[in-house]
Design a protein around this ligand. Structure first.
Ligand code: MTE
Ligand code: MO
Length: 326
């Protein structure tokens, strides 16, 4: 694997579309402007935030071909909202914690081990993942079980592309997603809010559904740390907690994997976790949702849609009682 180190100390993949020089120049310009006092308060806050993202690696461009077959028509959430209102308990449980604390995550070098019930287990590094299949931009809704949602232009490719490379055996029925748990990089691990590492899982047919996205970027850039750098899963018809961030291992199994939220509160978070306005969470209704960025006094709540609007997936669940398998 070839790695170049740019002037800002961020590791860059060789040959990717990055202009460290321009980034460096604009930072110098920013510092000069600061010195002569020509930046107003609001702009300053905005630039300071961009600066923080630059340091966390979040401004590396990532080219992708838009895939119009996987685009919702809703207006995308502002980048600022999508990167400052997050759930990533490894960095704290407040919505603003991940943006504040995830600077300590080192997304390079990084490897993902693929193992278990497969004929061709492999360990792949980030450049390997970036080259495994053509990168696509897809605009997906993501709805958190807490009752808020976002619309994000993700970059990645169907997880099925990776699955076919490792050739699951006839025993493989489920896929387990295991994420990084490193106390040195993740201050939230000191708290026992969840069992670490954060683990999620899908049935193999769900994992192979074309919507299930192996995700390496968003908004034309690599994933910001707080959004699950350098690689996560996005399963748009399921509650957000299924979309595990900062993946280090993908394991194919015979049995249904234990999952972090199911372990912590099985009566509240089932294995399937399909978005379903008809099945309430024991402590609140799931009928409506708040779109992040539309939180004004007059903004109405949106109706939550079955499978988050991705009705094509219904065929995965024919004959199943979705009230029982919530
Ligand atoms: N490793 C890890 N992945 C995670 C979480 C987490 O705490 N740790 N939170 C989940 C939850 S509850 C949601 S709603 C989404 C939020 O993703 P986003 O912040 O990128 O929008 O990430 C999911 N993936
Ligand atoms: Mo969530």
């Amino acid at each position: 694997m070839l790695i170049k180190r740019n002037p800002n100390g961020i590791d860059l993949p060789f040959g990717s579309e990055i202009t460290p020089r321009a980034m460096f120049e604009s930072r110098r310009h920013f510092i000069k402007q600061l010195a002569v006092g020509s930046i107003a308060g609001g702009a300053l806050a905005e630039m300071a935030m961009r600066e923080a993202f630059a340091q966390s690696g979040g401004t590396q461009k990532l080219a992708a071909r838009p895939n119009p077959g996987f685009v919702v028509m809703d207006k995308p959430t502002a980048f600022k909202d999508a990167t400052t209102y997050n759930n990533f308990y490894e960095f704290g449980t407040d919505k603003t914690d991940p943006a504040q604390n995830a600077g300590s995550l080192k997304p390079r070098p990084w490897t993902v081990a693929i193992e278990g019930e497969v004929k061709k287990p492999m360990t792949v590094d980030l450049d390997g993942l970036l080259k495994l299949a053509p990168l696509e931009e897809r605009i997906y809704r993501l709805r958190c079980v807490e009752g808020w949602s976002m619309v994000i232009p993700w970059i990645g490719y169907s997880l099925s592309e990776l699955i076919k490379k490792v050739e699951p055996t006839g025993n493989a029925k489920y896929v387990e997603f295991i994420t990084l748990a490193d106390k040195k990089q993740m201050p939230g691990l000191r708290s026992p809010v969840l069992e670490w590492p954060y683990v999620e899982g899908l049935r193999l047919d769900e994992a192979n559904h074309p919507l299930t996205l192996l995700t390496l970027g968003m908004y034309g850039e690599v994933l910001p740390n707080q959004n699950g750098a350098p690689v996560r899963i996005v399963v748009p018809w399921k509650y957000g907690f299924k979309s595990a961030k900062s993946l280090v291992k993908i394991r194919f199994t015979k049995d249904q994997p234990r999952t972090a939220w199911n372990i912590s509160a099985p009566q509240e978070y089932g294995f399937f976790s399909n978005v379903n306005p008809e099945v309430d969470h024991p402590r609140w209704s799931q009928a409506t949702e708040r779109r992040i960025g539309e939180d004004g006094f007059f903004s109405r709540k949106r109706k939550t849609l079955m499978f988050n609007g991705y009705s094509d997936v219904a065929s995965l669940y024919t004959g199943m009682d979705l009230k029982k398998f919530f």
